[in-house]
Design a binder for this molecule. Structure first.
Ligand code: PRP
Length: 212
């Protein structure tokens, strides 16, 4: 009998897009499309079980083996450095991690730079590469407020369309890294459920080629 593959999907638009790819790849689970508050859905015939988790939690489920595979943004992977395999770049959820600030911002070189972000590790390693001393202000959302209210000098955040920055009189100053959604796998599952995981991965790659 085929083993059940547990798949962690990030709740929200990205997860829905990713599920659409699994569906095209032949791993559908129709009940997931029904309006409900359920979090787990399975298709026993195909051997897949999907569950919705908070986007930043996908790497935790996969690293600890509660999920065999999952979909996570490269931003989350870089921030948490989980011990997982990255199997494919799904080419969805494309955006970039960037430094942004007020339009008239000028780096105060004589003092520590105050950086507000949801991504302290990414920010720390970026500024370490520039040998710039910083003070991290860890926030959980609406990061754009920080420079406007004088809480920070700059922010390190996700920029997708640039609309949020523009509408808050901020602008991107430097790009740090390009981001997109990745198919990831638990290392032990990849070994013991190898055939099933590779079959999913191959079909996802086929869908990726067709989308090109
Ligand atoms: C993300 C990010 C920016 C916005 C960028 O926010 O933190 O605020 O999207 O998108 P844009 O360039 O298309 O305007 P998110 O929706 O995750 O909300 P949060 O930061 O308040 O958590």
């Amino acid at each position: 009998m085929k083993p059940m593959i547990n798949i962690a999907l990030p709740k929200g638009r990205l997860g829905e897009k990713a599920y659409g790819m699994f569906e095209k790849a032949g791993f559908e689970c129709p009940s997931i499309r029904e309006e409900s508050r359920k979090l787990i859905f399975e298709n026993t015939e195909l051997g897949v079980r999907y569950f919705w988790v908070k986007p930043s939690d996908v790497v935790i489920y996969v690293e600890r083996g509660a999920a065999d595979i999952g979909i996570a943004g490269k931003d989350i992977i870089l921030e948490y450095s989980p011990d997982i395999y990255e199997l494919a770049d799904l080419g969805i959820g494309k955006c970039r991690m960037a430094v942004a600030a007020k339009k008239d911002f000028c780096d105060p070189r004589d003092r520590t730079l105050r950086v507000a972000t949801k991504f302290p590790n990414i920010a720390r390693s970026y500024y370490a590469s520039l040998s710039r001393e910083i003070d991290i202000i860890k926030l959980n959302g609406s990061i754009e407020l920080a420079p406007i209210l004088g809480l920070s000098d700059v922010i390190v955040d996700i920029v997708e369309t640039g609309k949020t920055l523009y509408e808050n009189d901020l602008e991107p100053k430097n790009d740090i890294v390009s981001i997109s959604a990745r198919l990831i796998a638990n290392k032990v599952s990849y070994k013991f459920k190898n055939e099933s995981i590779r079959a999913i991965c191959e079909q996802m790659n086929r869908v990726l080629q067709e989308n090109k």
